[in-house]
Write a protein that binds this ligand. Structure first.
Ligand code: HEM
Length: 420
């Protein structure tokens, strides 16, 4: 219960009946947070802000959008030209999608670098991977809605992947389409689900935060923060820090919205969908490119000259596998030390892994020919080797650097000029 004498009588009256203020006080104000969190820890709250912006702009766009294959493209053009500030809503939503992935990818790589997936944060991490999958599905279906060339052909390529599944593949594709080709039923179901999924994301984010508040934040040193000496209240220290992060983030985001709104876009999507004219290069949005590379560079898997798994199916399995493997990360990495700061070999491989993801992204943006195939195969092999071979071996054989005895001792030593 709210005990402060200064609390307003109305606040007290409500709190005695529904303890919302007690809850907010405990979880947002007094909430003990490690005193050494750096700006990489602001990306979780930035992701939350982007989720809210995406939902609000999306709801307002939906008020003007027509989910019918004959009108969808024109309704989007009308939003851009005739609806008051429609262009702003659309550019905020379009670029917000890219910003969301940038922020969440940084959040995810931060988690890997500092070992935030390790015990006791396994469920917190797994919920993050669920959020990532939901985000991908939402973004994919949203991209289909303007019914431009890339919307149509992107949906064609990706839904057709399911036809690689033996026996039931074709039936699954027809079920996804709601018919025998990509047409109006496909558009309306994608619209319905694109509207629904963000609310599921909100639910999973809420669980993500409950899990976080159960086990509390990790920190750049990766050693457990003991209360009270290693922690400070969330407010005002981290509210202030996070709001600074929001400011910088919005400068970048609005910079794109106002000065380069089509930077992340694809010109072909300003041409209405035409099932009779395939664009020369079908590319997904940039945030799917590494996975698209994995999908396309995998060869037939042969054993003694017999094709065991056809290239298409192998590509689909590896593409989904590349995300699913993240679920197992907490168990693949058995090292007791969390932060890469004290893991010299893990740290080197982390940077190589990051470079590998960028390489795969570059391969995905190019046609699967010549050296791009070779690079893509090397990149894919390294991607999986990183999780399945390198991380377990490094955990076993690496000799970590000595850990500081506590967060506070390290902070004080740093002040004295000795970095621990
Ligand atoms: C809508 C997307 C997401 C939102 C809104 C979100 C929100 C948050 C927030 C507010 C925090 C606490 C602040 C921080 O540590 O940055 C957090 C922590 C965390 N998140 Fe997320 N998250 C999202 C997606 C993800 C994804 C995709 C992953 C990984 C697969 C993930 C893994 C984690 C982990 C491991 C922590 C604990 C970090 C630590 O204590 O060191 N999150 N998240």
């Amino acid at each position: 219960m709210i005990t402060s004498k200064s609390a307003h009588p109305v606040v007290k009256w409500i709190d005695e009946r529904l303890p919302v203020f007690t809850f907010l006080n405990r979880e947002l104000r007094d909430y003990p947070t490690p005193r050494n969190l750096n700006y990489w820890w602001s990306f979780g709250s930035i992701a939350g802000v982007v989720l809210v912006v995406m939902t609000l702009t999306g709801i307002m766009l939906a008020m003007q959008y027509t989910a019918h294959m004959d009108y969808a493209f024109d309704s989007v053009e009308r939003i851009m030209r005739d609806v008051n500030y429609g262009w702003l809503l659309r550019y905020l939503h379009m670029n917000g999608g890219s910003m969301f992935f940038i922020v969440v990818y940084i959040h995810l790589f931060r988690g890997i670098y500092f070992g935030s997936y390790k015990s006791p944060r396994e469920i917190l991490w797994a919920l993050g991977v669920v959020i990532l999958l939901l985000m991908m599905a939402t973004a994919f279906m949203g991209y289909v809605l303007p019914w431009g060339q890339m919307s149509f052909w992107g949906a064609t390529v990706i839904t057709n992947l399911f036809s690689a599944i033996p026996l039931v593949g074709d039936s699954i594709v027809n079920w996804l389409w709601g018919g025998y080709s990509i047409a109006n039923p496909t558009l309306t179901r994608f619209y319905a689900l694109h509207y629904l999924f963000p609310f599921l994301i909100f639910v999973v984010v809420a669980l993500h935060l409950v899990a976080l508040h159960m086990v509390k934040s990790n920190n750049p040193l990766g050693v457990d923060a003991k209360e009270p000496q290693d922690t400070i209240p969330f407010h005002p220290y981290y509210t202030a820090k996070d709001f600074f992060g929001f400011g910088v983030f919005f400068l970048v985001y609005l910079g794109f919205v106002f000065f380069a709104p089509d930077f992340f876009g694809e010109p072909d999507n300003y041409i209405p969908a035409n099932p009779l004219a395939t664009p020369p290069h079908i590319v997904p949005e940039w945030y799917f490119l590494p996975f698209y590379a994995i999908l396309r560079v995998v060869p037939d898997i042969e054993v003694f000259g017999f094709i065991l798994v056809e290239a298409k199916l192998a590509g689909v399995i590896l593409m989904f596998g590349s995300i699913l493997v993240l679920f197992f990360l907490p168990w693949l990495d058995s090292s007791k030390v969390r932060s890469a700061r004290f893991r010299p070999i893990f740290k080197q491989f982390f940077w190589i892994f990051l470079a590998d993801c960028l390489l795969l992204g570059w391969v995905g943006a190019n046609p699967p020919e010549g050296s791009f195939v070779v690079l893509g195969r090397i990149g894919t092999a390294f991607y999986f080797a990183y999780f399945i071979i390198i991380i377990p071996l490094v955990a076993r054989f690496e000799k970590p650097l000595p850990l500081p005895s506590s967060v506070v001792s390290s902070v004080l030593n740093e002040k004295k000029g000795e970095r621990s």
